[in-house]
Design a protein around this ligand. Structure first.
Ligand SMILES: Cc1cc2nc3c(=O)[nH]c(=O)nc-3n(C[C@H](O)[C@H](O)[C@H](O)COP(=O)(O)O)c2cc1C
Length: 331
């Protein structure tokens, strides 16, 4: 008995030590971290705000003149960044793409603007001009693009992968069980540590239940009404042993999720991951609604289905970082 108590105490101490290390890393180096530079912090915040613009333009019904405060906030951040750093970076390029697409979208409406709308457009144009004056981007793109599914046939695996995108404009069709099975078979080919296969996937096709889950998650505003097929990916904690494996549920769960999305793509369906960066209390609520065991951690939601318009599926098209920024070669 004493031996067992000592053994448990040692385990708890080791685990606490590692979790405390994680806690310190987050305190020092996360976006709010003590050692995080202001430029890095600003750049990520700009990227996230720019994403809200490009996402707003790739929804089933784009709300006219959305984002008044968003543009004011972006203007402030970009002005601040310009005092410390060059604006020739992917984050600002993404903003400029989004601003150009926003202006184009509203000008194409061929409507006259009221005073309030003019004010919003003025903020956007001022920011656009400021960025143009202080940068020299050569390959600007629209922040939305159209995917035509009939063009996917006979593409190489590489070209198919390069066409992957999060899509948010779903038809109301329910996906049939045999297609679901084929998707899961692809997901099951995901690698997992020691072939543990501790990922699980829960399927929801009842609208009432989907709405309850999405209302807790909150990241599908503007398209949640059109979600009729939803997966929750989980990973079972009981598969993991010891302090070193404390984060492995998320590693294996994320790999499984990616393969699940590729399985969806292989069936010519569209999908969008929905983060489960939520409080433990909200995770508990989702588990209760969905009858998910307490031993499983939630990894992410995946909304999926047919595209509303298979020949003209509009998606947000975000520029990627330069290769040199992502690939660090150790010599
Ligand atoms: C873990 C994770 C969580 C995400 N959460 C959301 C979300 O809550 N709502 C949403 O509309 N998109 C969400 N996305 C989709 C991202 O916005 C999208 O992947 C990103 O903008 C890049 O676009 P792409 O997937 O089309 O290349 C999420 C993606 C990931 C990987």
């Amino acid at each position: 008995m004493i031996k067992r108590t000592i053994f448990i105490l040692i385990k708890i101490t080791k685990l606490s030590y590692e979790f405390f290390g994680d806690f310190l890393s987050f305190c020092f180096y996360s976006n709010y971290g003590l050692y995080t530079s202001k430029v890095k912090r600003l750049k990520y915040s700009i990227l996230i705000e720019a994403h809200r613009v490009e996402k707003g333009l790739a929804l089933p019904k784009t709300k006219l003149f959305f984002g008044k405060e968003l543009f004011q906030n972006l203007s402030k951040m970009i002005f601040e960044l310009s005092k410390m750093n060059t604006l020739n970076c992917v984050e600002v390029k993404k903003v400029l793409n989004a601003l150009n697409t926003y202006l184009q979208f509203h000008n194409n409406q061929n409507k006259s603007f009221n005073t309030e709308q003019k004010k919003i457009m003025d903020v956007v144009v001022t920011l656009q001009k400021f960025i143009e004056k202080n940068s020299n981007f050569s390959d600007l793109q629209n922040s939305t693009r159209q995917n035509n599914f009939s063009l996917n046939e006979n593409l190489s695996l590489r070209d198919n992968l390069l066409r992957r995108a999060s899509s948010r404009i779903f038809s109301s069709e329910i996906i049939k069980k045999n297609t679901i099975d084929k998707i899961i078979q692809v997901a099951q080919k995901a690698p997992s540590q020691c072939n543990r296969q501790s990922s699980r996937v829960y399927l929801f096709q009842k609208k009432e239940q989907i709405d309850k889950i999405l209302s807790i998650q909150g990241g599908a505003k503007g398209y949640s009404n059109d979600v009729h097929n939803l997966f929750i990916v989980t990973n079972d904690l009981s598969g993991w042993q010891g302090p070193q494996q404390r984060n492995q549920v998320y590693v294996d769960g994320a790999l499984f999720s990616m393969m699940l999305m590729l399985g969806i793509q292989a069936e010519n369906l569209i999908s969008c991951s929905l983060n489960l960066a939520i409080k433990n209390s909200d995770e508990k609520k989702i588990k209760t609604i969905s009858s998910i065991s307490k031993s499983e951690r939630l990894i992410m939601l995946i909304a999926f289905g047919f595209a509303k318009d298979k020949n003209r599926n509009i998606v947000a098209s975000s520029p990627r970082r330069n290769l040199q920024e992502v690939l660090k070669i150790n010599e």
